[in-house]
Design a protein around this ligand. Sequence first.
Ligand code: PLP
Length: 368
Amino acid sequence: MISLSEPVLGSAEKKALCDVIDSGWLTMGDRVAKFECAFAELHHVENAVAVNSCTSGLHLCLQALGIMEGDEVLVPSLSFVATSNVILYLKAKPIFVDIVGPERPLISLDDAKNKCTSKTKAVIIMHYGGYSVDLQSWYSFAKKRNIALVEDAAHCPGLRGVGKRSDAAVFSFFANKNMTSAEGGMIIVRDSKLAENIRKLRTHGMSTVTLDRHRGHAYSYDVTMLGYNYRLDELRAAIGLSQLDRLLGWNSKRRELTKIYRRLIEEQVPNIRVPFEPGHASSAHLMPILLPPEADKELLMRILRKDGIQTSIHYPPIHKFTLYQKLFPGVRLQETERFSERELTLPLHPQLNESEIKHIVDRLSNIL
Ligand SMILES: *Cc1c(COP(=O)(O)O)cnc(C)c1O
């Protein structure tokens, strides 16, 4: 089976886990702090806060930025449902924004401008497939309207520029992402006051953490805001730290493999389109393709599966889910809907090789 994604795991991760167990301390401590520092350093920023998932990270950011009931938040519908669920957690309203088009499936600035109202308090952008949105223009957009800019950066750990201009950028270390800690996430925040609040919200809004009390640095605590238990633990931080060393190499490998896909598809199945310009800055998280409109996608996916090739769709639009149709009926996003109907995601991970890609493109070409 050629799987869609595959974490790189081995002796480094095993040793990292054993070291944590031998240390006798399992919950948030020195390794989490070290992981935060290493991640911040990789992205050339001051503050990074580790959390137990990207979803909890996005939730904390919106809450810390003051998003509340009645506020509107601009968000792409072409994303994983968590990107929009976090808006609902705060009883705010997601305003779904279309993508630019099939060749550039990123949140559209023009559509966002049309949908901005006096209630708009934030915009969440998402670097689809690891392909960077134009941060400069979104920064200007948000600044001009005095609204918060949050990046769902689940697809692009290690990508240069991410987290540099926004209020916060949130990464995922779920097992199918570019690096993993099993479950886990990281928040990059530029403002230290905001970072401090996010740290408190991560652990029940408490003023001290367990490790400080254990070490006798603090004897009690106060609770100053309504928080959650969104902490990362030492086991996951240790896996994350060991993966972080190899992240940039894996991202390069993913870009190389994407180039091979592009070349072979262009040569053998020119009626398949590949979104984005070849030089677009990317961590190459996904390998999306656009099938010719007449292709039967479900049948194609079933045949490929029988051939041992796993594929997927990124994404079914959020506004089309039953829950969202019930809450927000009548949303239409023409480009997003069209893209989602034609999109197919092919296997892409650092352990994939050129001959497997040849096999995948051969099969695609024959079946189509
Ligand atoms: C994976 C993913 C998330 C959620 O990440 P978790 O760490 O599983 O919470 C959010 N947004 C996007 C775009 C994702 O791909």
